[in-house]
Design a protein around this ligand. Sequence first.
Ligand SMILES: Nc1ncnc2c1ncn2[C@@H]1O[C@H](COP(=O)(O)OP(=O)(O)OP(=O)(O)O)[C@@H](O)[C@H]1O
Ligand SMILES: N[C@@H](CCO)C(=O)O
Length: 321
Amino acid sequence: MAVYTQVDDEELIAFLATYDLGPLLSCKGIAEGVENSNYYLHTGAGSFILTLYEKRVAEADLPFFLNLMEHLAARGVTCPLPVKNCAGLALGRLAGRPAVIVTFLDGYSIHHPETAHCAALGATLAQLHLAGADFAQRRRNALSVEGWRPLFSTCASRAEEVAMGLRALVDAELDHLERNWPRDLPSGVIHADLFPDNVFFLGERISGLIDFYFACTDAYAYDLAICLNAWCFDAELRYQPDKGAALLDAYRRLRPLSAAEIAAFPTLARGAALRFLLTRYVDWLNVPAGALVRPKDPREYLAKLRFHQSAPDARVYGLGS
Ligand SMILES: Nc1ncnc2c1ncn2[C@@H]1O[C@H](COP(=O)(O)OP(=O)(O)OP(=O)(O)O)[C@@H](O)[C@H]1O
Ligand SMILES: N[C@@H](CCO)C(=O)O
């Protein structure tokens, strides 16, 4: 359960009194997620999500995330809407953390996506990129190639606790990616964490997207590579070409990929695998005392990285000729 910060009843009631949402009826910690503390909030006005932002979210970035959700929702990409308090502010403070109430979205996440889900995701990702194209704010991706080596160096000496040979593999991969990382690809707002747990479905239709707290300005094709890694491997961590093709084809029907994006795709897929390998690795070794959280296994992304390292070019993903 991702609850790092416990909320005291009296504090919550006082916080809620600054909103026009009626009385508190219930508030329960949410079992999923690893980044922030999330609660289901039921008030006289209905169901909401209360989020207290934790370690990786800089308070200064919150206006970017909250404005982006409003921007996308206004352009038909269903996502939570920040609820404003009586002073007209979305961002508040609770239990010493920055806190926001957002609208509750119906739908459920798919734990084992099928080909049709990957196709639906591809189309929705392209819609998100197109809808974000006129979003005026920018946010640098702190978890892109420049951020990976400093992140790894915080606990590189413990790499062998997670997997034999991990330190040498990551060092060599960082060397490779720092030399070959593509620049100047078409860029704009990307979600950067659109894993199955952040996409809600009703049947085979996507009903909403959540968790925009890694959103940033970066290469669109990098977002696609993140999704390919998260959606198109089976439980034994084997790449599923039919799912990859469904994702990429549906995306390209709405936003065609340039030759440069296709040529860069294998490198982007390696970087996307390393990024989640590293954050999972750091979290695995640093579970805060008393936190109710189940860290995600970094070795899953080690296996995905190894797959991409063995891919000779973009044809592995059905791209190029
Ligand atoms: N707007 C919403 N409507 C309905 N449920 C939501 C909403 N926002 C969050 N949830 C629920 O809370 C859970 C955790 O939310 P979220 O993914 O934002 O947390 P997180 O800690 O940032 O997670 P992650 O590990 O994916 O970064 C979701 O899996 C979902 O069940
Ligand atoms: N989606 C991430 C966790 C949130 O950053 C992962 O699965 O590692």
